[in-house]
Design a protein around this ligand. Sequence first.
Ligand code: FBP
Length: 259
Amino acid sequence: MKEHSNSPIYRNGNMLILAYDHGVEHGPADFEPNPASADPENVFEVAKHDAVTAVAVHKGLAEAYYPEYSDDVALMVKVNGNSDLRRPDDYYSPKQCSVQYAVEELGASAIGYTMYAGSDYEDRMWQEFREVQEEARRYGVPVVMWAYPRGHGIEDNPDYNGDTDTDVIAYAARLGLELGADVVKCKYPGSKEETEKVLDVTGKMKFVMSGGSKRSDDEFIEDVRATVEAGGNGLAVGRNIFQREDPTEILDRLEQLLY
Ligand code: FBP
């Protein structure tokens, strides 16, 4: 893990990453609650809000849209991803973009990578993450690990409680530290106390909360507050921002809370 204290993705040590990789991960269904969000230009406009420290997208959106926004927000390129269309035997998120291309051609200030620890393909992803992480070090850009433990290794265990299982989140978060991520992004485990248990094992690495499906302004703000009070560094969020017709008010509140 490196300091990267001057990275534009951090503001006072915290961050709000606007994740907009849903066209890959979930498909256009995620744009239905707010059809304007299907147009990337509208979401890049949202990313201009001062609360947002980086926008996380795949290479295609970065190529087509980021040049007009490079003065307004930092770019994080999501270098792997997988669609919901295929039903493979276990979770795997292939790499589609090199760190070199992301930084040199697209102007990325940070790299995002999904890790499905617990999958039968974990070994392949560890290998790909190693290449990504070492290349990112050469360019001096931070790496954010989407730490999403999933797959047979976990789901076949009768004690597993699903996406919000604190022990499993903590294990996946710890892998981020051990494998050299600068920031780990995890599902919210449900409370400040549970988040503290995760943060007990993440050392100096930064920790951000993943957004999840859209909820009310107050409910969402409370989850972010609990994360920050537990010692977390903010959030990487998609639907709870771009599925709102006008996210200005919630972004104003998040800005106050985070910085
Ligand atoms: P949300 O805030 O909308 O949950 O986005 C966070 C995110 O990690 C996205 O970057 C990604 O597309 C999606 O969640 C993956 O969700 P899932 O849990 O269905 O794999």
